[in-house]
Write a protein that binds this ligand. Structure first.
Ligand code: AGP
Length: 609
């Protein structure tokens, strides 16, 4: 997730407006920043790695001439956060500049085609193919307008994009377009704006035009013209008056970042599924060759590792050892050797416990693999191979969208490994790959149809003194994650363990009304799980069940239930079954009057051991 911005300003330079607006978009990405403007037939551009204030202190982002320009604040997905990979990106002639938020899936083949035509690329980004495609269109048709050149260009892009384009050839136009990534236009009597998000221009105008998917907009000081990319039909759309405060706008109208990020999951999962094949294949190769694989992480990321150990085992017949990072050295430090492989999973890529485990293993010649959301983080620098999960910045301290993205990447790895090892048939492979692709829609359905019910359940149990979270098989990991969410943001004591463990001790805690959350996908463990539900029910527990849609058997047993669409294979079920638990923790915290975004005693990245 990055922030893009563009503006044309009457009788004033655009750069100061761009700089100020990028600051308001900084929550969308902050590893590099850039601004480009046009004046008197010349393109001016400043960009560098670093936060906006750092880059401004060095380059003075206000000091670019011209009343028209674009800007970008980056969250790296393709290409490390370096000056050369910062946006805006330009064509060979240096006359066209582009900023982009999203992921171009087919950039490799487009880049190859363009290089074959003599285009020279400077960066490692997917974005850079866009200005060169526009240049190619204009070169092949000298009478083509910038808008038409952009239109032809975006028709060739697979993936997600929100772009803004300026050119010295048409110094009074900004052309922007979107597919999946957000884009809005702002207007007032002095200027016209385009941005990833309303906060960028809300302090200077509350007149916003939402650009719909598959639309291209041409901005000029006379206003804006919207066209459908598919058939170039002009679309008439009046601005809406936005009554949000700037603070609300940054959360896109949600009360908290955590709720916004839970709702973002269909989109972030789609972006995660756009990961470049060769990164996944390369990591699968390392896993395939490994003599032993440790999955090392903390907190929520550890729960992703725990779930993935079932995926690797059931799909690829690979035994892996999920290990809490802070225990790794004690537990395995002496046994790690050159034949060991560590897959470290860390949203921030900076968690001290994980880096300590990784460093200990590196000293014993182990192979280090990394899965992170932060390209350029320490974990990416110490990993032999790493994958960036492409979830965009997560502001809420509690991990939500980054967890489901981690699961999605790990499932993709397990699938590729299974194929590499010949452990799944082509049909099974296609079936699972298709189900993984469907998960964003499944998560969207859960949120849309169950959120209200979860709110009611949170109200009903808000005074409960403690909870159990129980599951069997891979759902044990889902149970652990649901428990952590409830503890860390609603401060409710909760215990999670494999449902089969209840009779080995914990069941002694259960008394009438004790809430027990069961995770109940209809997988191989379902029948046995019914027995676990009965044993809790027999002791008067209140059964809260996350079930597959239409599961009449558990509906009869449960006091409350939340339905998840049926048909998700067991190994992928944590991705959809965790969402009701994220919502439960969120609404429980709100019911109890806490701010879920800033839970007490916690930090987003634990950089101390
Ligand atoms: C998750 O909700 C917590 N904020 C915490 O457990 C977190 O998952 C853990 O600190 C690991 O962080 P990382 O993924 O950035 O390494």
């Amino acid at each position: 997730m990055c922030g893009i911005f563009g503006c044309i300003v009457k009788d004033a330079n655009a750069a100061p407006t761009i700089h100020a607006s990028l600051k308001r978009l900084e929550y969308r990405g902050y590893d590099s920043v850039g601004v480009a403007t046009v004046q008197d037939g010349k393109l001016y551009l400043k960009k560098d790695q670093g936060k906006i204030d750092e880059v401004h202190a060095v380059h003075n982002l206000d000091d670019l001439p011209g009343n028209i320009g674009i800007g970008h604040t980056r969250w790296a997905t393709h290409g490390a956060p370096l000056q050369i990979n910062a946006h805006p990106h330009v064509d060979c002639s240096g006359q066209i500049a582009v900023v982009h938020n999203g992921i171009i899936e087919n950039f490799s083949e487009l880049k190859q085609e363009l290089e074959g035509r003599g285009h020279v690329f400077k960066s490692k980004t997917d974005t850079e193919v866009i200005p060169h495609l526009i240049e190619e269109n204009l070169r092949n048709n000298l009478s083509m307008s910038l808008a038409d050149a952009v239109l032809e260009t975006v028709k060739r892009l697979d993936g997600s994009y929100a772009i803004a384009v300026i050119s010295t050839k048409e110094p009074d136009r900004i052309v922007c377009a979107r597919h999946e990534s957000p884009l809005v236009v702002g207007v007032n009597e002095k200027a016209v704006y385009c941005a990833s998000d309303i906060p960028a221009f809300l302090p200077v105008t509350n007149k916003a035009v939402i650009v719909e998917d598959g639309e291209l907009v041409t901005l000029s000081l006379g206003g804006y013209e919207i066209k459908k990319i598919s058939d170039s039909k002009v679309v008439a759309r009046e601005p809406k008056l936005i009554d949000w405060t700037p603070e609300m706008a940054v959360k896109q109208g949600y009360q908290h970042f955590m709720l916004k990020e839970i709702h973002e999951q269909p989109g972030t999962l789609r972006n995660t599924l756009r990961l470049q094949e060769h990164y996944l294949d390369l990591m699968a190769t390392f896993l395939d060759r490994a003599h032993e694989v440790f999955l090392v992480a903390c907190g929520t990321s550890y729960h992703a590792c725990l779930a993935s150990s079932y995926m690797f085992s059931k799909l690829a017949f690979l035994v892996t050892y999920p290990v809490i990072a802070s225990e790794f050295v004690e537990q395995h430090g002496k046994s790690v050797n050159i034949d060991s492989t560590l897959l470290a999973v860390s949203q921030s890529g900076e968690t001290a416990d994980i880096l300590a485990a990784v460093n200990a293993a590196r000293q014993r010649a182990a192979t280090i693999l990394g899965l992170t959301n932060a390209i350029g983080s320490t974990l990416t620098r110490v990993s032999r191979v790493y994958i960036g999960q492409q979830s965009g910045p997560e502001i809420g301290v509690a991990a939500t969208k980054t967890f489901t993205s981690q699961l999605s990447v790990l499932a993709g790895l397990a699938l590729r490994l299974a194929k590499k090892r010949g452990k799944v048939s082509q049909d099974e492979m296609d079936f699972l790959a298709e189900k993984l692709e469907k998960l964003p829609d499944t998560v969207e359905t859960v949120i849309q149809t169950q959120e209200e019910k979860v709110k009611q359940i949170a109200k009903k149990y808000k005074d409960a003194k403690a909870f159990f979270f129980l599951g069997r098989g891979i759902s044990t990991a889902t149970a652990y994650e649901g428990r952590l969410k409830l503890m860390e943001i609603a401060y409710v004591p909760a215990i999670a363990f494999p449902a089969g463990e209840s009779k080995h001790g914990p069941i002694s805690l259960v008394e009438p009304g004790f809430p027990v959350v069961f995770i109940c996908p209809k997988d191989e463990t379902y029948k046995t799980l019914i027995g676990n539900v009965m044993e809790m029910k027999a002791r008067g527990a209140s059964i809260i069940a996350v079930i597959e849609e239409g599961d009449e058997e558990i509906k009869r047993l449960a006091d409350d239930y939340i339905e998840v669409p049926a048909g998700t294979p067991e190994v992928l079920s944590p991705i959809s079954f965790v969402v009701p638990l994220q919502l439960l923790a969120y609404y429980m915290a709100v019911e109890k009057g806490y701010n879920p975004d800033t839970p007490r005693n916690l930090a987003k990245s634990v950089t101390v051991k």
